[in-house]
Design a protein. Structure first.
Length: 362
């Protein structure tokens, strides 16, 4: 009979978990903000909304992950960017409702905890929280040998924000004549990576090989460009009463996300000739022989966020967004929706879109 079993022998190292907590405490401390009560290490995290300055708040929450982009990070041994991806995918979904991100929790799961790699990931999460103005208030690190392959890990994020009841963005007042302001993406962000990986691996490219679109960087570094965090500029524009709605352009692209903020009876016309997408999208389309519809329904194609604004407020809204560091431009308009017409239409001439006029499914 075998005797002397231990938890460490079964694949779980509690001391490594304790070491990780100690390693990330400085990064987490740097994210503290008004409203936080206590620090890391408790059984639950506390937050005081009144101390954060709210009078009649609604809580808004979001949870998300990074998806198979993690496979590239793991293959390339580059772990310091996916934490920002995780934060961005969560907080950007709050901003579209006019909410300020307040605090964030992460979940890091692996077969065996490698403290150095895990610390790099969580330091990236802390960096993203600083950029978003929210506190990294807690999280969970799980070792699950037998569930994950050796060296693999997974991430999930959870964010809670608040908005004053009378400032909630719903898109209910969006109307024909309003303009669409596109806010540039930093690249692929964190959607479509199952297709990206299929193209890269199927066509025989190496992640540590040279980037096809950036000098001095590897293909992995280009693909791992972190998702932009759209908090400061969009919230500033909203608080000045300049925005009717925001659409976060994630999986299913412009055609799948813009209709989510359009009231019944309205439609959006997007002019793809108004912007040039990042070069990585040209490379993916050419290398993977992707159709226009495949690109439009899979990737953000250069726009990570779209704001809907009244025509007369568009110049001021663009100024506020640009002052916050965003690259912006008018990319379309809201029109009355005709019977049987799709709710989002992308028209040209379309440069990288590849055809003069593109009708896409609702």
């Amino acid at each position: 009979m075998t005797s002397g079993y231990t938890y460490r022998g079964a694949g779980v190292d509690i001391e490594a978990g304790d070491a990780l907590v100690e390693a990330i405490k400085p990064a987490a401390k740097a994210t503290m903000r008004p409203g936080v009560m206590g620090g890391l290490g408790g059984f639950g995290a506390l937050f005081d909304l009144r101390a954060a300055g709210y009078n009649d708040p609604l809580l808004v929450s979001s949870t998300d992950g990074v998806g198979t982009k993690l496979k590239i990070a793991i293959a390339a041994g580059i772990h310091d960017t996916v934490g920002q991806d995780l934060v961005a995918m969560c907080v950007n979904d709050l901003v579209v409702q006019g909410a300020e991100p307040l605090f964030f929790l992460d979940y890091f799961a692996s077969s065996r905890l490698r403290v150095t790699a895990a610390a790099s990931v969580i330091e990236g999460i802390a960096k993203g929280c600083e950029m978003a103005g929210c506190a990294l208030i807690g999280g969970e690190t799980a070792e699950m040998p037998g569930l994950y392959a050796d060296g693999d890990y997974d991430l999930a994020g959870f964010v809670v924000g608040a908005v004053e009841r009378d400032a909630l963005l719903t898109g209910a007042d969006v109307a024909p004549g309003d303009l669409l302001i596109g806010i540039a993406s930093s690249g692929i962000h964190s959607n479509g990576f199952s297709l990206v990986r299929r193209i890269v691996e199927g066509e025989g490219f190496a992640y540590d090989g040279p980037s096809p679109v950036e000098d001095g960087r590897s293909l992995a570094q280009t693909l791992l460009t972190p998702t932009k965090i759209y908090v400061k500029g969009p919230l500033a524009a909203h608080r000045q009463g300049l925005v009717k709605a925001f659409a976060h352009i994630t999986g299913s692209g412009i055609v799948g996300n813009l209709p989510r903020v359009l009231p019944e009876g309205t439609a959006a016309e997007v002019d793809a000739g108004c912007w040039r997408w990042p070069a990585i999208f040209d490379w993916l389309q050419k290398t993977g022989s992707l159709t226009v519809n495949e690109m439009a329904n899979t990737f953000n194609c250069g726009l990570g966020m779209i704001a809907v604004v009244a025509r007369e407020k568009a110049p001021e809204a663009m100024t506020v967004l640009a002052e916050a560091g965003e690259m912006v431009g008018v990319v379309g308009r809201i029109v009355e929706r005709k019977a049987e017409a799709p709710q989002t239409t992308v028209i040209g001439p379309a440069g990288s879109w590849g055809q003069d006029k593109l009708w896409v499914a609702q």
